[in-house]
Design a protein around this ligand. Structure first.
Ligand SMILES: *Cc1c(COP(=O)(O)O)cnc(C)c1O
Length: 236
């Protein structure tokens, strides 16, 4: 068994245990393997071990990997599903629109409008999560909670995007309860939108260090990098 396969099994076991502990179905949580900074060999090992959804932060780097992998498919495994989880500057929207299946980091209407215009007609609508900033830090990415409803409303009017949910990347919290409490603020915003009929089904919360707290708060998608692929050698 490869290290990556072993790590994937361990992460899946953590997800299952966390779901059991709070009475949730483990099938209700998607594991996104965050492969930023790792090469094609690591992605291939994860795919062989049954992993289908991959998350990338650095758009240029990701497009290189996506393109190479696409050329070497089909290999009998389901095609990878690519999620952009890094910041999307205006000059990168076209690459995101043309190469990714999902983007988790939309936090301004301008970015959404560009993605909508640039999403090729031959592809399915781009699946979108709005990134929300629930723990302050004015220069942090993410829409402020009080501006969320308006952005969500505008997104539903863009035909080449499909609003699926919310994502958040809070500062690391000191312990499980503190972490869960921050995630619950995102959950409350998610529930509020759904009570207005948005039908959101994705709550993208939790990483290697805090996926249990995120699952207790209702996460349906955990973004896990280092626990699968190991420590990253460059800053991320
Ligand atoms: C890098 C990254 C992750 C994964 O972090 P790990 O701690 O390695 O699991 C998740 N989400 C985002 C947005 C990231 O940038």
């Amino acid at each position: 068994m490869t290290t990556i396969e072993h790590n994937l099994q361990a992460v899946r076991a953590r997800i299952e245990a966390a779901c059991r502990a709070c009475g949730r179905d483990p099938q209700s949580v998607t594991l996104l393997a965050v492969s930023k900074t790792f090469g094609l060999d690591a992605i291939a090992a994860a795919r062989i071990a049954g992993q289908q959804a991959f998350g990338e932060n650095y758009i240029q780097e990701a497009v290189g990997k996506i393109t190479v992998l696409q050329q070497s498919l089909p290999d009998g495994l389901p095609a990878p599903v690519w999620h952009c989880i890094g910041p999307v500057q205006s000059n990168k929207t076209r690459l995101v629109a043309e190469h990714f299946d999902w983007v988790h980091t939309v936090d301004r209407l301008k970015t959404a409008q560009r993605l909508n215009e640039q999403r090729p007609q031959g592809l399915a609508p781009l699946q979108v999560c709005i990134q929300v900033n629930v723990d302050g830090g004015a220069n942090k990415s993410g829409v402020a909670p009080q501006e969320l409803a308006e952005l969500a409303q505008h997104l539903t009017e863009l035909p080449r995007l499909r609003l699926r949910g919310l994502m958040s990347l809070p500062e690391p919290a000191p312990d499980f309860e503190a972490s869960k409490a921050v995630f619950m603020r995102v959950r409350a915003l998610f529930d509020a939108l759904n009570s207005q009929g948005y039908g959101l089904d994705v709550l993208s919360l939790g990483m290697s260090a805090d996926l249990e707290a995120a699952i207790h708060a209702g996460s349906t998608l955990v973004r896990v990098g280092s626990a699968i692929f190991g420590a990253r050698s460059r800053a991320a």
